[in-house]
Design a protein around this ligand. Structure first.
Ligand code: NAD
Length: 319
């Protein structure tokens, strides 16, 4: 099979890793990288033994596919240029800042017959992938993603920066439309929301509480899924997956009979490599990717609804 010619646009923190993963793939020719900072582009090009381009239109004209890893505010403009040139696009998350921008990208990708994948990396998290086998109609989900402060990513609010990962995972796990959203959130050290808790209630009765913070003192990432016959717990920090199975029987003193199994955390798994390999596979086979533009838009739509709800409370507090 012919090698796919790829470029990476935006090689800051995450784009550097995109470029390195592509450079190591046998079926990819990493033609070059572009960054607003030519010094940064040259630094990463050297590491990946590829070319730094000073003009991204020149890079676009030489490749079949691109990763767009610029700050989110540029996703729409750069994405439109690349899709207009007929390129397949791996767009970092969130897909765009607004739904209208996402719709334009999805529409252009469809009319040009281009692949548009969105970088909801957590779908490729080996811990999440290991759970898939145990999913059986979740009824209550608790998700926590709290991080120490990092100056990167603060061009958007914590819901678009961190919580959108969990929204995307929950939407992929619960097969029912969302009915109600309740929110709490506050802006503490930046001008946008830094810490938030959200309740999502689905039409089939499943409920989820989702907490995200970028101002915590320690990092915690945990997902708990309760189902009638089992509870599933992924602790990313402790690298532990626990499956608690219930037979329905009770002990003499009334406790449910439960059996806990600790699964080995698939440590060797590299989520970014799996995500980009999936993208290249979609480019080669022309199959819809696992996280399409439409799914990226769904996660964005809910994230924006949460932000709008939260603004009402924040306004109410300040009155
Ligand atoms: P960053 O600030 O480290 O890097 C962004 C790079 O883009 C910088 O080198 C900057 O010079 C360059 N740049 C800015 N405007 C540009 C333009 N118009 N054209 C080309 N280059 C431009 O940011 P980051 O943390 O790497 O984040 C980049 C994107 O990746 C964001 O959309 C972010 O939300 C996303 N991200 C996703 C995950 C994930 O888990 N999937 C994690 C981190 C970041």
């Amino acid at each position: 099979m012919k090698k796919i010619k790829v470029g990476v646009i935006g090689v800051g923190y995450l784009g550097n890793f995109h470029a390195q993963k592509y450079a190591a793939m046998k079926n990819v020719d990493l033609v070059g990288v572009f960054d607003r900072s030519i010094d940064r582009a040259q630094e990463i090009a050297e590491i990946c033994q590829t070319k730094a381009f000073a003009d991204y239109h020149e890079l676009i004209s030489l490749v079949d596919a691109v990763s767009i890893v610029t700050p989110t505010t540029f996703h729409h403009a750069v994405g439109m240029d690349c899709l207009a040139a007929g390129l397949d696009v791996m767009m970092e998350k969130p897909i765009t800042v607004t739904l209208a921008e996402a719709d334009e990208l999805i529409g252009l990708a469809a009319s040009k017959g281009c692949i548009l994948q969105v970088g909801h990396l957590e779908r490729f998290n080996p811990g999440i992938m290991a759970l898939k086998h145990y999913l059986d109609n979740p009824i209550y989900i608790e998700s926590q993603r709290v991080h120490q402060f990092n100056p990167r990513g603060n061009d958007v609010d914590v819901v678009l920066d961190l919580m959108i990962h969990d929204i995307d995972i929950i939407l992929s796990i619960v097969t029912s439309p969302l009915k109600t959203i309740r929110t709490l959130g506050a802006s503490v050290v930046t001008t946008s929301t830094d810490v938030a808790t959200v309740q999502l209630i689905f039409e089939n009765g499943c409920a989820a509480t989702v907490t995200a913070s970028r101002i915590a003192q320690t990092n915690v990432r945990q997902l708990v899924i309760h189902q009638k016959k089992s509870s599933l717990i992924v602790d990313y920090g402790k690298k532990d997956i626990t499956v608690i199975e219930r037979s329905g029987a009770t002990t003499g003193d009334g406790y449910p009979v439960e059996e806990a199994t600790h699964l080995p955390f698939p440590d060797q798994g590299d989520a970014l490599k799996a995500e980009l390999t999936h993208f290249i596979d979609s480019v080669q086979t022309r199959k819809q990717p696992e996280v399409s533009g439409v799914e990226g838009r769904q996660a964005l739509a809910i994230a924006l609804q949460i932000i709008a709800e939260m603004k009402k409370h924040q306004t109410a507090h300040s009155l």
